[in-house]
Design a binder for this molecule. Structure first.
Ligand code: FES
Length: 129
């Protein structure tokens, strides 16, 4: 890329805050880029709708709690439990799971989603891309 030819990011108005309910999502196309906007504990997160595995529509996958193994005092497995404090998106193509708060794959941090700045002001959502 030549110096001075960089494309600068622009803040885009998405719409009302109501578009993204708690633990919900909203998918939007912004000038050819499809972005998923999520809300957890009132905080918004935005990721490009392209899975780091093979490009699947990750933001359209199921939203589920992380599954953790429970251990007893002797460190023996005693079953699985859902961790409601760590919500994930599951890519519908092959099941890669990403933390909604970080965009990072649950088992291999080398896989991560492309994040975009997202904010709310006076009941309106804005994404910068
Ligand atoms: S493309 Fe998402 S898991 Fe394979």
């Amino acid at each position: 890329m030549k110096p001075g030819s960089e494309v600068s990011a622009v803040q885009h108005e998405i719409g009302s805050s109501d578009l993204v309910p708690e633990r919900g999502r909203y998918i939007v196309d912004i000038e050819g880029t499809t972005i998923g906007i999520f809300r957890l504990d009132g905080v918004l997160y935005a990721y490009e709708n392209i899975c780091a595995h093979q490009g699947g529509p990750v933001c359209q996958g199921r939203i589920v709690p992380r599954v953790r193994e429970r251990l007893d005092d002797a460190k023996q497995a005693i079953g699985l439990t859902f961790d409601e404090t760590d919500m994930h998106i599951v890519c519908p193509w092959h099941g890669f799971e990403y933390s909604i708060t970080t965009g990072i794959h649950a088992g291999d941090p080398s896989f991560r989603l492309r994040a975009f700045p997202v904010e709310e002001r006076e009941g309106t959502i804005y994404v910068t891309c």
